[in-house]
Ligand binder design. Structure first.
Ligand code: PEP
Ligand code: MN
Length: 359
């Protein structure tokens, strides 16, 4: 996949792309006042505003539509900020292109639908414009990849993904659970694709935003998209999660910006020493795991001979209980060890099932 790095068209080298602006464009005054204050924050490079708002229920604020695109022209001219809007269908895309929007983004509710993504991609054939693709609402990496591929296949090379968290059916302190591992997997599959984190839609409230933003930077994400409104309490959508431009400025000043790779040889050497130690420990770990699996195989043979079931409930409960206690005693997180036990148990069952099934 051909991808132009962010620093070739919008940011300086090693600088995360900061996107800020209201959830929705509501009035010319709101857009211009917000943009004016955001333009005074040097890190902010791209002004966002939803023009068409996908709302869960009808009769909520659904965006101002085409007239809002004229306000964004004023943002470009008067405050020198590039602009970005969400497009959800071919018509939005045509209008955004006609009005000179600098960057398009595809929202979570659109990425879920390959028909919609494809109709956007069809409009973009032969157009040189950057496009950001948000993850789909639910935790489906293939669907996210599919959306990125459709836009890439249309010839778009200024590409990035936006990680905005995932719908989660259980209890969670987040509006959309981050499931960072999915973003990391995307990075592993497409190493050159920049990933921008959207702490606003992950958090759903102002209080969680700093923690999520810092975590994104710690993981080496390539930028942040944060909602900012001149008067958040009066916002017509996502009022709980928007920051005033001055709160955003403070947040950006307090974040720790990290380097992806060491700057000096000394730091590199130290890291190398740590890595050598980790390599040795992992080698030991593999040997211990192999030993454990060999015992499992012998036990499987024996259970088969003796006509005993593979799964033994009491033994499994005992393993979980004792290992968690052992872990706690030496300061290992209980949840981590429980996860590891589950994995080991699953593999033991698999190995013993294979043995039972052998003639
Ligand atoms: C938004 O950015 O305002 C938005 C609607 O986000 P998402 O598509 O992530 O829900
Ligand atoms: Mn929003």
């Amino acid at each position: 996949m051909t991808i132009t790095p962010l620093n070739e068209w919008i940011t300086a080298k090693n600088e995360p792309l900061i996107i800020a602006g209201p959830c929705g464009a509501e009035s010319e005054e709101q857009v211009l006042q917000t943009a004016k204050q955001l333009s005074e924050i040097p890190r902010v490079k791209l002004f966002r505003a939803g023009i068409w708002k996908p709302r869960t229920r009808p009769n909520s604020f659904e965006g101002v539509g085409e007239p809002g695109l004229e306000w964004l022209k004023r943002v470009q001219k008067e405050y020198g900020l590039k602009t970005t809007v969400e497009v959800a269908n071919a018509h939005h895309t045509e209008l955004a292109l006609k009005h000179g929007v600098d960057v398009l983004w595809i929202g979570a509710r659109t990425t879920v639908n390959p028909f919609s993504v494809q109709e956007i991609a069809d409009v973009l054939k032969g157009v040189d414009i950057p496009v950001f693709i948000k993850n789909p609402v639910h935790a489906d990496l293939q669907l996210w990849l599919g959306g990125i591929e459709r836009i890439s296949n249309a010839g778009i090379v200024k590409l990035a993904a936006i990680h905005r968290g995932f719908h989660y059916p259980g209890k969670s302190k987040y509006r959309n659970k981050p499931l960072w591992e999915i973003a990391i997997e995307l990075k592993t599959i497409l190493p050159n694709l920049p990933i921008i984190c959207d702490p606003s839609h992950i958090s759903g409230n102002r209080e969680l935003i700093p923690h999520v933003a810092q975590k994104a930077l710690d993981l080496g994400m390539n930028g942040l998209m944060i909602e900012s409104h001149i008067d958040p309490s009066a916002a017509l959508s996502d009022a709980q999660q928007q920051l005033t431009p001055s709160a955003l400025k403070e947040l950006l000043e307090n974040l720790v910006y990290r380097q992806a790779s060491p700057k000096n040889p000394e730091c590199n050497d130290t890291l190398e020493q740590f890595r050598n130690i980790v390599d040795e420990i992992d080698d030991e770990l593999m040997n211990v795991l192999k030993k454990r699996m060999m015992v499992m195989e012998q036990m499987g043979d024996y259970k088969k001979e003796q006509h005993i079931t593979i799964f033994q409930l009491e033994r499994w409960q005992e393993i979980l209980r004792t290992r968690s206690q052992w872990a706690e005693k030496i300061g290992l997180p209980r949840a981590f060890v429980e996860k590891m036990c589950l994995l080991l148990h699953e593999e033991s069952i698999r190995v013993q099932t294979d043995i039972m099934n052998k003639k």
